[in-house]
Design a protein around this ligand. Sequence first.
Ligand code: MLT
Length: 398
Amino acid sequence: MMKINEHYTEIGNNYLFAEVAGKVREYRGKHPDKKVISLGIGDITQPIAPAVIDAITRATREMAKAETLRGYAPYEGYDFLVNAILKHDFTDRGIAVEADEIFISDGAKSDTGNIGDILGTDNQVAITDPAYPVYVDTNLMAGRKIELLPCTPANQFVPPFPKKTADVIYLCYPNNPTGTALTKEQLKPWVDYATEHQSLILFDAAYEAFVSQENVPHSIFEIEGARKVAIEFRSFSKTAGFTGLRAGYTVVPKDLLAKTARGETLSLNEMWRRRQSTKFNGTSYIIQRGAEAVYSPEGLAQTGETIAYYMQNAKIIKETLETLSLKCYGGVNAPYIWCQTPGSTTSWEFFDYLLNNAQVVGTPGSGFGASGEGFFRFTAFGNREDTLEAVERIKQRI
Ligand code: MLT
């Protein structure tokens, strides 16, 4: 008889953002006359940079001619994109990464979820709490044991070390959902911890492009020793509006080695290459040309403007909520504002209250983990008009 993966019974029925979307759909169905403003899922609203669109258009036209047609992409990505990433994101910043350590993918969500394929299910996993739900859900699906590391105002959102030695540690900085960041000095002890305990850090840097403060690292590989203990995930979704286009990349240093049960040494870089070439057929040529254009002078200027636009939204949201005496965090190095709910309102109660009374959607903090209870996440990815209207409506209802 067919057996299912029983671990699926340990996760909730719905992925967090699917649950929020379901509730909003239901509300819209009942109130078709009301304009609902979403500051919930971190999805883009601003047009994609013209430089990217031009590159995608040119690449699409190439598909119309036999001489320039492209079929399957290389499993690890095209050299033109790998080299653009290498130069701009690493070499120009003085960070040591090599071309064959970069794996182009369809985004950080898939990679942070799929990386578990090359890791044993008997690893003890540590995950910050609150966290992007993919980390907890995918580890529960695999049956791994998880220790949550509460990140709250009491510890200034700096994760405490696990009580039980962790084999695998998920860190996301700048952080989703709290919008907070770690300085280099705060990240270094984690690299030291991983070195001492031979743990692996899975570093999700999807929001790197929003870093504005000098001492906040863009990459974990800015920290000495990280090449031996960390894998880094990057995304074009938030950096350049690729939520619908889909592109990201993962850096797996060749220094990452692990021992098999039989005592052989294996390279995680080789294992990931094997995994990707078996289960993934590459990000499309057209989209990779679009991603390459993000690094052109025009692409950098245009995407930079959009990021500044979103960060201005973050400022507007944060400042308005603060005038309502709601304590807020984040919004400086990340496009998320993490705000305390009023009084003793729970996260989901506040969600319902705002949806029903202000027709504004946010994401309930408890959806990201128990330590998120009593918090609410607003995204800065709305358009300006809607953001201003949303904060005005909130002002009138609180
Ligand atoms: C979020 O809102 O946390 C993200 O947009 C979700 C995602 O990146 O998958």
